[in-house]
Design a protein around this ligand. Structure first.
Ligand SMILES: [Cu+2]
Length: 501
């Protein structure tokens, strides 16, 4: 399959087309029973009304982002890839709740791009989803993102065009809480990523190979990228689809691990972000517990674990108390071969060599989806006004990942949409009908998992499992929900939560 065809098919209809179609719907007045729904588009005046109602410090944080091609080295291999401001991870953006973020973006790529602010309940027209919330930023063009930050926590930003995120087009976004209740001495922002670009091919080549499906590709050519036999009991079976030659901890492979200087007894707040396309990471310190405190920006009831599994798009905050000497923080690709890690040094002892580090982390293991919300962020108990069922569908055989058997079509963004109304309590039942786990992500809202579970925006849904969650429809606009496996999303495993009047 030709990747440019895939791209055009995926991006399909222009924003103008979608808007025109919706406007046409609004102007047709027929009997109520047959009248098309009036959808609240990103251009609706409600969007800026809601923005004005968000708390404001009056402070603006500005960070220029330039998307472009640059040369770097990954695992000792010189390569050329795409990133923000010429680095594998974009700049760590830091602001406080109530601040306005002002991000002028320059697109020096040869193709359109966009920036999505993962996990934020922000104004819809800044969500960065081409064809749904804005026109893509054309090659050579500029675009300013400007929006208020109304919740503290660990977030990140990334391109929402094609497979661009699978290059280096992502970075961390940390929103500090002016009334931070957690006590700690130091922070460590950690971006985990799986990497193939420039080593075994490009992400688009990998997608093209996988797109043929396991049924076809095995028959006529040797497979470069498709990974067979990656298995994780924790994730319920098949762990991933893609062979990744490198795993990165803050842009660095294990040969070149990052070292954080600290002091014995320090409490370090780990802000762990999984920016990978196809890999969950099991993160922990061998022989030492860490305390999980937040997931996806929201506080949870603290628990001590030996390791935490973080799916693509998920974030975990944890407290680690530093012992004397060198402390390795391992990030093991779940069900895959390889490892990434970083070291904490108190200035004494000698750094362990990679080969001497454990290759597994066992004991008490959890993930964000199994945590309980801190009482301060529990949604009030309420009977849902609306229940939507999202069946996760598709298979490796056909590589036809989809939702309710529908592969999302940007030309018909409202087909199969999950309609909701402002003020409703919405319940989602995610039923995984596939033989694989999926990290499912909802834009523009944080949901609460069933039974006082954690507040989250991305959750692991295991094979044959049903995960239910609720959220308050308090942020009008058009919001996608999708699998955060980059390869699954690109095949159309997306749905649209569409506010209607
Ligand atoms: Cu998936």
């Amino acid at each position: 399959m030709n990747s440019s065809v895939t791209r055009r098919t995926f991006l399909g209809a222009s924003f103008a087309t979608a808007a025109t179609a919706a406007l046409a719907s609004c102007s047709t007045s027929t009997a109520p029973s047959t009248s098309p729904l009036k959808r609240i588009l990103p251009t609706d005046r409600l969007i800026s009304q809601y923005e004005s109602a968000r708390p404001s410090t009056g402070n603006t944080v500005t960070q220029q982002l330039t998307a472009g091609v640059f040369d770097t080295a990954v695992a000792g291999i010189a390569l050329s890839t795409w990133g923000y401001n010429g680095a594998l991870n974009g700049p760590v953006i830091r602001a406080r709740t109530g601040d306005t973020l002002n991000i002028p973006v320059t697109n020096l790529l040869a193709e359109p791009t966009s920036v999505h602010w993962h996990g934020l309940a922000l104004r819809n027209d800044a969500d960065g989803v081409p064809d749904i919330t804005q026109p893509a930023i054309a090659a050579g063009d500029n675009f300013d993102y400007r929006f208020r930050l109304n919740q503290p926590g660990t977030y990140w930003y990334h391109s929402h065009v094609d497979m661009q995120r699978e290059r280096g087009l992502s970075g961390a976004l940390i929103i500090e809480d002016p009334r931070e209740p957690l006590l700690y001495d130091q922070e460590w922002v950690i971006m985990l990523d799986d990497w193939l670009d420039g080593i075994t091919g490009t992400p688009n080549e990998a997608l093209d190979e996988l797109s043929m499906g396991m049924d076809m590709s095995g028959m006529n050519m040797p497979m470069t990228h498709m990974l067979m036999g990656a298995s994780s009991t924790y994730l319920g079976g098949d762990a991933g689809d893609v062979r990744m030659p490198a795993h990165l901890f803050n842009g660095k492979a294990a040969e070149d691990a990052e070292v954080l200087q600290s002091s014995a007894g320090n409490r370090i707040r780990l802000r762990i972000i999984n920016a990978a396309g196809d890999t969950a990471y099991r993160v922990g310190v061998p022989g030492q517990k860490i305390t999980l405190t937040h997931t996806d920006g929201f506080p949870v009831q603290h628990i001590d674990v030996d390791a935490v599994v973080v799916g693509m798009g998920e974030r975990i905050d944890a407290i680690l108390t530093v012992p004397d000497g060198y402390t390795p923080l391992l990030a093991l690709p779940e069900g895959k071969v390889g490892r990434a890690y970083g070291l904490i040094s108190t200035g004494s002892g000698t750094a362990p060599v990679a080969a001497a580090l454990p290759t597994s982390l066992d004991g008490v293991v959890s993930d964000g989806g199994r945590l309980k919300a801190d009482e301060s962020v529990l949604l009030t108990a309420k009977t849902p006004d609306r229940v939507h069922t999202m069946r996760l569908t598709g298979s490796m055989g056909k590589y036809n990942w989809s939702i309710n058997e529908r592969r999302f079509d940007m030309k018909k963004p409202f087909a199969g949409a999950f309609d909701i109304k402002v003020g409703e309590r919405v319940k989602i039942k995610m039923v995984n009908d596939t033989a694989m786990w999926h990290p499912m992500h909802l834009h523009g809202h944080s949901f609460q998992l069933n039974g006082n579970g954690a507040r989250k925006d991305t959750v692991i849904v295991r094979p044959k499992e049903t995960v239910t969650m609720q959220f308050d429809a308090d942020n009008p606009g058009q919001w996608i929900a999708h699998c955060h496996n980059a390869y699954h999303a690109e095949q159309g495993m997306l749905g649209l939560f569409s506010y209607v009047r």
